[in-house]
Design a protein around this ligand. Structure first.
Ligand SMILES: [Zn+2]
Length: 331
């Protein structure tokens, strides 16, 4: 085995490509770093940050002290050590995968961030990017996390909401405020529902509109009491703000975790459906196959995906967040 193209990948509250001095989704402040998307578990106030214009817009004042280098998809950025090019990840508006090409060795390293391969009406469609080394999220990287088709999930969602409205309840849909909430808002409006957004979700949705995203019909910010026939859309953790003092409320959580019976009602919701902004297990396997890597590292989720890939004969390892350092070498 030739070890000429060795590359150090370190997981320490984010991913560090040591030989290239590149931080990817560092969770604490670093001198520089790529931010894949606008979810808080991937963001820190780096001195200098590389991100897409939409991610910059969604993060708003959080990065006001950072020097931000916005990069459009497919626009290369060359540094002393590498060239970085961003590609859509389909996870939420502005979400990006980063292809990092070493100037010294030519090695192509792809970091996916969080990805969704299924169509997402509120994000640029994910692109398949071939690489030598793949660093991929494994949030749902266990075989039991296989999601049904989204159309089926949405049909069940709509029929449940209609039955709650018909029996005099105010339905509350619970989904993360950035990304999934806007996807669901689009689908609910298109299906004819009246929707009122909790204040923080309303603010994020305003930024989506600033970025040029449009919705099928009118919606409004939640004012209490809600109008007859209105559905409330709120994020987890905002129950009090959205529902306090409202009689006859029924909640529905939309999360991929709900395919697991033991987690289905963890949110305390009356019902839970598997609608996700992540790839499921099969989607992750298909993506690995499509980008034809020689080595795979999984992050942010279950180690089972890496084990499964090894069974298929791939060189794969899970970075477990314990500052594990892995020595990579390409054949
Ligand atoms: Zn995310």
């Amino acid at each position: 085995m030739e070890r000429g193209n060795a590359l150090n990948v370190i997981f320490d509250r984010g991913i560090y490509l040591a030989d290239l001095d590149a931080w990817l989704d560092g969770r604490v402040k670093r001198a520089q770093g790529f931010i894949s998307h606008a979810h808080s578990d991937h963001v820190a106030r780096h001195s200098s940050a590389v991100l897409t214009p939409a991610t910059r817009l969604l993060l708003g004042p959080l990065l006001k002290k950072s020097e931000c280098r916005t990069l459009e998809y497919h626009e290369p950025l060359t540094t002393a050590n590498y060239t970085m090019t961003l590609y859509p990840a389909g996870h939420c508006l502005g979400s990006a995968q980063a292809l990092i090409e070493s100037r010294a060795t030519g090695e192509r390293i792809l970091y996916t961030g969080d990805i969704k391969m299924r169509p997402n009406v509120m994000a640029e469609p994910a692109e398949v990017v071939s690489c030598d080394t793949l660093i991929i999220e494994s949030t749902y990287g266990r075989p039991e996390y296989r999601f049904p088709p989204e159309e089926e999930v949405l049909e069940e969602c709509f029929s449940t909401l209609r039955s709650w409205l018909n029996t005099g309840y105010t339905p509350v849909v619970v989904a993360h405020r950035t990304g999934k909430a806007q996807e669901l808002l689009h689908h609910l409006l298109k299906a004819g529902f009246e929707v009122a957004l909790e204040a923080s979700t309303w603010e994020v949705t305003q930024r989506y509109q600033e970025a040029g995203m449009t919705f099928p019909r009118h919606f409004r910010m939640l004012e209490k009491p809600p109008k007859d026939g209105e559905i409330i859309l709120r994020p987890p953790g905002r129950k009090k703000a959205a529902e306090a003092d409202l009689p006859r409320v029924r909640t529905m959580a939309l999360t991929g975790w709900s395919v697991n019976p033991s987690l289905r009602y963890r949110s305390g919701a009356a019902t839970s459906l598997p609608f996700s902004d992540h790839a499921d297990f099969d989607d992750l396997l298909s993506y690995v196959e499509a980008v034809t890597p020689q080595r795979v590292f999984t992050v942010y989720g279950f180690p089972h995906l890496a084990a499964h890939l090894r069974q298929r004969g791939l060189d794969a390892a899970h970075l477990d967040g314990q500052a594990v350092q892995k020595q990579l070498s390409l054949f």
